[in-house]
Design a protein around this ligand. Structure first.
Ligand code: ADP
Ligand code: MG
Length: 629
């Protein structure tokens, strides 16, 4: 029983660690003071959760039947901000223990790092941490905590100005809530904004929108309580109880996108690491998809308290995925740097990535149309994984869909490709460039078309990088049709194609010999082509090094100082070439060789080396032709 003698305040000194922490808190320029509210709400929610749990075995603790709730009360006049919960509450001893010492190892580690940090980095460090109850003293010059342990009669008040000591005193139970804790912040002069209704509503929604206890706001003494959040953390509900509408709404609130998601992945991982994930494949491209930073936006919650959306919960090539991961395996006050290094995060990233890829595989099989849409939106991003994620390369290659010479909808998989390979074909052929039209018109494809060999048509920027990197798929090398020898001779044709392409007349061989000399500063070689059937010429890259498209991109980005010289290939069967070769006039041959090189450049989407020289050569040729007419 509480007697009058008990109501004499007891004075206590803070444990040395607490004093140091408070010192640092008050004297550092804290970049984001708003987080104090997140901490108090999180404590209030924890208290409600604890009561929920204890009441399972002791139903009388919550016998009054009141639903758990968190009340935030504002008073502009005082000025004060109160966070009140009807959770488990604290007894006198619990209060002294919980609010006078630092029991948590997280805070201790934080303080050690803070001590070690250079003074300039301190503010930064504090900003990255949640610092629990004591963060109240960033905005309050006095804090009162009035609490009644569930099932107890007595009520105690803890008070402190955060300067080395606190006092504990019994208060009249008649003045106190029936159960739970009321934290009263007497706000500092420069923290008045925390009595503003809109400010507080926004902070609550942003920071604590998914706390699993409803939060209500009383904007001034005497006003009615207005519910700000409903306390439902959607991801914690069983899948079967969640409607599509609820999933979609949640997706919109978590992503800030207003489309309909293509799919969701919702699961609870149990075992070594426990976490719940609810992730969405968006139905449209997020605005920052192609930013150089390549940031993801998955939100990390710890025990339903939002921690950060900057933890790399997924590899970059899945950065378009939106949603939340909630784990109880991390401390609430973990810093971002520590999150990144944490083995828990590594395990989550691995598990989540697998689940997402598996569900994409299922989508590809079961809902090819949705998958097609997905690939249209995000295929270019997923392909980054082929050269970034060595471990999952095979899996990603299997997922990938392509436009090919066999189908211009991006629906062909590499497995489809393998199934359609010709006898004797040992490579997967591709051509990459910036537009489909340009690729389709490329002379390099002619020989492949004539033999009915499928070629992947790659038009995404990333396509210039991954094929060289991936090397092979199921034992077949990926080979650019603009690079090296075409070795088409070994591959059996559809039947129609005739003759040996590499057979050339002596005059053509002579012409090639001469051209090689004329063009020696521009090309590495001039040779008979096996890949052309209609065009007279094309340029190819040498067997080793980047293909033509990659080389252009690297050059454009200033990443390649000296471009290697291409090889000029000549179609020995072309009537034009045969007639040209028959003319042995030196000046004519010189013009012809240069014009053929320019023609090949133009076919590649490039410009003639020297436009003026090109024009005069063409004029000379026209003059000759006109004499014949
Ligand atoms: P943490 O929440 O990480 O334990 P805090 O500094 O936020 O660290 O809180 C310290 C302790 O104070 C809590 O662990 C809890 O025991 C107690 N506490 C704080 N707020 C409340 C509350 N509203 N109800 C019950 N206990 C509380
Ligand atoms: Mg806390």
């Amino acid at each position: 029983m509480t007697t009058n003698e008990d109501r004499q305040p007891e004075h206590h000194a803070f444990e040395a660690d607490v004093s140091r922490l408070l010192q640092m808190m008050v004297h550092s320029v804290y970049s984001d003071k708003d987080v104090f509210l997140r901490e108090l709400i999180s404590n209030a929610a924890d208290a409600c959760e604890k009561l929920r749990f204890e009441a399972i075995s002791k139903p009388h603790l919550s016998a009054d039947g009141s639903e758990p709730q968190i009340l935030v009360k504002l008073d502009e006049q005082a000025p004060s901000l109160i966070v009140e919960d009807n959770g488990i509450g604290m007894s006198r001893d619990e209060m002294i223990d919980a609010l006078g010492t630092i029991a948590r190892s997280g805070t201790r580690a934080f303080m050690e790092r803070l001590e070690a940090a250079k003074s300039g980095d301190k503010a930064e460090l504090i900003g990255q941490f949640g610092v629990g109850f004591y963060s109240s003293f960033m905005v309050a010059d006095k804090v009162d905590v009035i609490s009644r342990r569930a099932g107890h009669d007595s009520v105690w008040m803890w008070s402190s100005d955060g300067k080395g000591s606190y006092e504990v005193v019994a208060v009249d139970p008649a003045d106190a809530p029936a159960r739970g804790t009321r934290v009263v912040l007497h706000l500092m002069g420069d923290a008045q904004k925390y009595t503003g209704k809109w400010t507080i509503e926004k902070i609550i929604r942003d920071q604590s929108g998914h706390v699993p206890v409803p939060i209500k706001l009383i904007e001034k003494p005497g006003a009615d309580a207005v519910q700000v959040t409903d306390g439902a953390a959607l991801w914690t509900k069983p899948k079967g109880e969640i409607s599509k509408q609820e999933y979609d709404d949640f997706y919109r609130s978590v992503s800030g996108q207003y489309d309909e998601p293509l799919a969701n992945v919702h699961f609870r991982a149990e075992g070594r690491h426990e976490y719940t994930a609810l992730a969405f494949v968006p139905g449209s491209q997020p605005f920052d998809l192609f930013d150089v930073e390549r940031h993801g936006r998955m939100k990390l919650y710890v025990k339903r308290v939002f921690i950060t959306d900057e933890a790399e919960l997924l590899p970059r090539y899945l950065r378009f995925i939106r949603g939340v991961v909630d784990t109880s395996d991390l401390p609430l006050n973990i810093s971002r740097e520590m999150i990144q290094e944490s083995p828990v995060l590594v395990a989550i990233r691995k598990g989540l990535t697998s689940r997402i890829l598996t569900s994409l595989e299922k989508m590809a099989e079961g809902e090819p149309e949705t998958f097609g849409k997905f690939w249209e939106l995000f295929g270019a991003i997923v392909k980054e994984g082929i050269y970034e994620d060595y471990e999952r390369r095979g899996q990603l290659l299997k997922l990938a869909r392509f436009r090919t010479t066999a189908s211009e909808d991006a629906t062909r998989s590499l497995s489809d490709y393998l199934g359609a390979m010709k006898e004797g074909q040992s490579s997967i052929y591709y051509i990459s460039g910036s537009s489909l039209a340009q690729l389709k018109a490329s002379p390099h494809l002619e020989g492949f078309r004539a033999k009915g060999i499928e070629v992947l048509l790659l038009t995404d920027q990333v396509d210039s990088f991954w094929p060289t990197n991936a090397g092979e798929f199921e034992g077949k090398t990926l080979k650019s049709v603009t690079q090296g020898q075409a070795d088409l001779d070994d591959i059996s044709s559809n039947g129609s194609d005739g003759g040996d392409k590499s057979e050339a007349s002596q005059s053509v061989l002579d012409f090639i010999e001469v051209s090689r000399r004329i063009l020696k500063d521009e090309v590495a070689d001039v040779r008979v082509s096996t890949r052309l059937t209609e065009s007279s010429v094309c340029l190819v890259a040498s067997e080793h090094g980047p293909d033509r498209q990659l080389e252009k991109i690297l050059q454009g980005a200033g990443r390649l100082q000296t471009a290697s010289k291409p090889i000029l290939e000549i179609n020995a069967q072309s009537p034009v070439i045969q007639s040209l070769a028959a003319v042995t006039n030196d000046e004519f041959r010189e013009d012809a060789a240069w014009l053929l090189l320019d023609e090949a450049l133009i076919l590649d989407g490039d410009r003639p080396k020297d436009p003026r020289a090109f024009a005069s050569r063409q004029a000379r040729l026209f003059a000759l032709a006109l004499k014949q007419i």
